[in-house]
Design a protein around this ligand. Structure first.
Ligand code: PMP
Length: 452
């Protein structure tokens, strides 16, 4: 049969895009290609399918909700499915995050949170407060506002000028911190950069600080000492700045508990969610808003004129209700156990000459590749080490989530493993075996290339 032209516009990397494997179907943690190859999904899609594929009972949800009503404009009607979802998210989230604003993607959730922050301060007469502070080597989304907050230089490059000249502080990245003292002292020093930035910019201009509680796409599984968020919370309170936790990737069990902020016992003013919220079955995201923030919007003269056509639609909400119910204590525990097994089976890589940092937090593992362990020097970007490791793992039947934190030489190539929480022990072993062999194969190749 003649090859049909592919009309999907996709151009992430340079050169001619490779032919992507075509998936025929997927079950649990397995993707089966049209040529019949079974791949273990060690990335849960993009840290999305936290429950794997073919979750029993999901078809009935689609069927009954679409037979009932699939779409409504939430500006004009309400419905049980989004109402129930908002109730559940309010009850399962930390602290007083009691109100839920629905959106469709992680980027949109962050955009909405930034605009909510501005309106909140406007309502309080602090009209100058508009700046969002974030961290370098972060990812908050691809749309222009979210990209302005994003600190991953690879994802920012080429899209200048950004919408705003927002501020960035050092990432929460213990491996590459150059602060002195104990882990706790270093964490406090890193967090205090927020205070310096707020003071330099002028507290009257700063509306919010946004951060991924544990590193994701840019510095996978980088988790600072708890003192970091204790300090961040105190600084935000002191300078009347809202703390937005971007839990788009870390939410729904990815780092062990349901939400990563639970690891730190700190409640943000807003929390953005996406990805695992529907486990990948439909697009949906949300901003959880604290009572204190939401209360400002209760007045007659305050509005939030912002919304998206598909936000909170009953079909996605019904799916999310079903999916969120599956994140039981047992499933979260299983995710933690599988994460621990994965970290332990990859143990040999901790001392590997190419692995500078080995990070593991719940069912999330981050390997950072360096050319030199002593100096922590990253590989030459031209070598595309992350792509090589990805290809080598895929050749061994395992799909992983690779990346590069920056193009500026301050962070290296990395590999993230973020499998479904529900995968089997046997699949964990398949992932560990393939990843170890892939790292070994790439190491052989790059050390030969660099010594040639
Ligand atoms: N925030 C974080 C922490 C993310 O990991 C991502 C996606 N990788 C986003 C925001 C953007 O989400 P989306 O791609 O759904 O817009």
């Amino acid at each position: 049969m003649a090859q049909q032209q592919n009309h999907i516009f996709y151009k992430w990397g340079g050169g001619v895009e490779p032919d992507l494997p075509r998936v025929d179907h997927a079950t649990d943690e397995f993707l089966v290609t049209e040529s019949g190859e079974e791949l273990v999904d060690a990335a849960a899609g993009a840290a999305v399918t936290n429950l794997g594929h073919s979750v029993p009972g999901i078809e009935q949800i689609f069927e009954s909700q679409s037979a009932d009503v699939s779409y409504l404009s939430l500006s004009h009607f309400s419905h049980d499915a989004p109402e129930q979802l908002a109730r559940t998210l309010a009850s399962r989230s930390p602290g007083d995050l009691e109100k839920v604003f629905f959106t469709n993607s992680g980027s949109e959730a962050n955009e909405a949170a930034f605009k909510l922050a501005r309106e909140y301060f406007r309502a309080r007469g602090k009209t100058e407060k508009s700046v969002v502070v974030s961290r370098w080597q972060s990812y908050h989304g691809a749309t222009f506002g979210a990209l302005s907050a994003t600190g991953n230089t690879l994802r920012r490059r080429g899209f200048e000028p950004y919408l705003t000249d927002w501020e960035h502080i050092s990432p929460a990245y213990p491996y590459r911190w150059s602060f002195d003292g104990t882990d706790e002292e270093q964490a406090r020093a890193a967090a205090r950069e927020l205070e310096t930035t707020i003071r330099q910019r002028g507290p009257e201009t700063v509306a919010a600080f946004v951060a991924e509680p544990v590193g994701g796409a840019s510095i996978p599984a980088a988790a600072p000492h708890p003192a970091y968020y204790e300090e961040i919370r105190a600084i935000c309170d002191e300078y009347d700045v809202l703390f937005i936790a971007d839990e788009v990737m870390t939410g729904f069990g990815r780092t062990g508990p349901l939400f990563a902020m639970e690891r730190y016992g700190v409640t943000p003013d807003m929390m953005t969610l996406g990805k695992g919220l529907t486990g990948g079955y439909t697009p949906m995201s949300a901003v959880l808003v604290s009572d204190a923030v939401a209360d400002e919007f209760a007045r007659d003269d305050v509005s939030f004129a912002h919304g998206h056509t598909f936000a909170g639609n009953p079909l996605s909400a019904a799916v999310a209700n079903f999916v969120v119910e599956q994140y039981t204590d047992g499933v979260l525990e299983r995710g933690r156990a599988r994460g621990a097994q994965l970290a332990s089976e990859l143990d040999a890589l901790r001392d590997h000459p190419m692995v500078g940092d080995f990070r593991a937090v719940g069912p999330m593992v981050g390997l950072e590749f360096v050319a030199d362990r002593a100096s922590k020097a990253p590989f030459d970007p031209e070598l595309k080490v992350y792509e090589q490791v990805y290809d080598a793992a895929l050749d061994r039947g395992v799909y992983t989530y690779p990346g590069r934190g920056s193009v500026d030489g301050v962070a290296g190539d990395h590999l993230m493993l973020a499998p479904p929480l529900t995968l089997s022990k046997a699949s964990v072993s398949r992932i560990a075996t393939a990843v170890e062999a892939a790292v070994e194969a790439v190491y052989d190749r790059v050390s030969r290339a660099t010594t040639a």
